[in-house]
Design a binder for this molecule. Structure first.
Ligand code: FE2
Length: 193
């Protein structure tokens, strides 16, 4: 059974390993191998958001929910990251620095029960291609909210300081869009009756 407290304790203990990110990937893999247990503990994904489950200087654990169709612009973390999906899908688009901007560096689509390990230098943008919500456990080897890092304008690829409030607005707007679409859909179906 997935227990949040136990999961956090296991991740904290793994920080003592020589390669904590590899140990934590294993812990996340085990947790999401039974996605329904994670849903039972954290709730069915139904509202986009960046939800902190644990925060310290060495470790941040987030439950990130992506709304249907939403995209987050390119950003880095400046620390390793392990992502594991317990529901839905998350398409990752990678970039590398190029001149004053970015160039494309491949992609990786994650489905439920998939994990991804990102290195310190990784730059990615994320899209949920589904018409349903996506839920994932995101574990970072540092203080996700406290370390200065970068984001890039999705149109111009201009680098700017990462702004957590701007990121949260993207999630809020995605929620509003999803609610409107759900309301429009239910309006359509009642109109057909
Ligand atoms: Fe990220």
């Amino acid at each position: 059974v997935f227990e949040l407290e136990r999961f956090v304790e296991d991740c904290r203990a793994a920080l003592e390993e020589s390669l904590p990110q590899k140990a934590i990937r294993g812990i996340v893999e085990r947790a999401i191998s039974r996605p329904s247990e994670v849903v039972a503990a954290l709730g069915e994904p139904g509202e986009a958001g960046i939800n902190a489950l644990h925060r310290s200087a060495e470790l941040t654990i987030l439950n990130i929910i992506w709304a249907p169709g939403m995209t987050l612009y390119p950003h880095d973390h400046r620390m390793w990251a392990v992502i594991g999906l317990y529901g839905g899908r998350e398409d990752n688009y990678f970039f590398r620095r190029s001149g004053s901007g970015l160039e494309s560096a491949g992609s990786r689509d994650l489905e439920t029960a998939d994990t991804l390990l990102l290195g310190k230098e990784a730059i990615h943008a994320v899209t949920n291609p589904l018409k349903t919500y996506t839920g994932g456990l995101h574990v970072y080897g540092g203080d996700f909210f406290g370390v200065p890092r970068s984001e890039w304008d999705p149109q111009t690829f201009e680098e700017r300081p990462y702004d957590i409030d701007r990121a949260r607005r993207v999630f809020q707007e995605a929620n509003e869009r999803a609610r409107k679409e759900a309301a429009a859909l239910s309006g359509d179906s009642s109109g057909q009756r």
